[in-house]
Design a protein around this ligand. Structure first.
Ligand code: GTP
Ligand code: MG
Length: 182
């Protein structure tokens, strides 16, 4: 709680967006926070930040602090610093590039090794199969479902930052109502 009075509460949550380079993390954040998309690829160096404010209920405002981590960071030593105090994460891969799905496992273990909630439990993770507008899904749905089951990922969605599919509350996904891992 960062601010509270008789009938109003304001909460701040740190939310990570991770996954290989070029999968669309920055595009997803931009679509979610600004409603825009660009097809130019501008690589993220280190981490970018954005805030999404949600009116949760008439008495509660939620500020989601989105940490958009550079895909190349997996090879760096900074992720531990970036992950600190995060309470949830979106792990993104590109549905048209198998290698980015294979990397999901590495991102997942990096994350689970380096960040937990205060009570020691894993942070909730949503898996996003992005670029579903490219009609060439290289990874079968069953494989994604199996992976989620085996790795205790509670939720996954196919998304498109380009076509605005499953990005915001408007388009279906509740980034703001993440379920905890089973
Ligand atoms: P790093 O910053 O290097 O980690 O990459 P990133 O994951 O932030 O990727 P970024 O959002 O910059 O997107 C990479 C490229 O994919 C850009 O050219 C985007 O325009 C494109 N892209 C992102 N999302 C989509 C999508 O949903 N569909 C399509 N067709 N292209 C997308
Ligand atoms: Mg980026």
């Amino acid at each position: 709680v960062i601010l509270s009075n008789f009938n109003h509460k304001e909460l701040l949550f740190k939310f990570l967006i991770i996954g290989d380079y070029g999968v669309g993390k920055t595009a997803i954040v931009r679509r979610y926070t600004e409603g825009k998309f660009s097809s130019n690829y501008k690589i993220t160096i280190g981490a970018d930040f954005a805030i999404k404010t949600l009116d949760w209920d008439p008495h509660t405002k939620i500020n989601l602090q989105l940490w958009d981590i550079a895909g190349h960071e997996r090879f760096g030593y900074m992720t531990r610093v970036y992950y600190k105090y995060a309470v949830a994460a979106a792990l993104v891969f590109d549905i048209s590039r198998v290698a980015t799905f294979q990397s999901v496992k590495k991102w997942l273990s990096d994350l689970r090794e380096k960040v937990t909630l205060q009570d020691g439990s894993n942070i909730p993770i949503v898996l996003l199969a992005n670029k579903c507008d490219i009609h060439h899904a290289a990874i079968p749905t069953e494989q994604i479902i199996k992976f989620c089951k085996e790795n205790k990922i509670g939720k996954w969605f196919v998304t498109s930052a380009k076509e605005n599919m499953n990005i915001g509350r408007e388009s279906g996904v509740n980034f703001d109502r993440l379920e905890h891992n089973p």
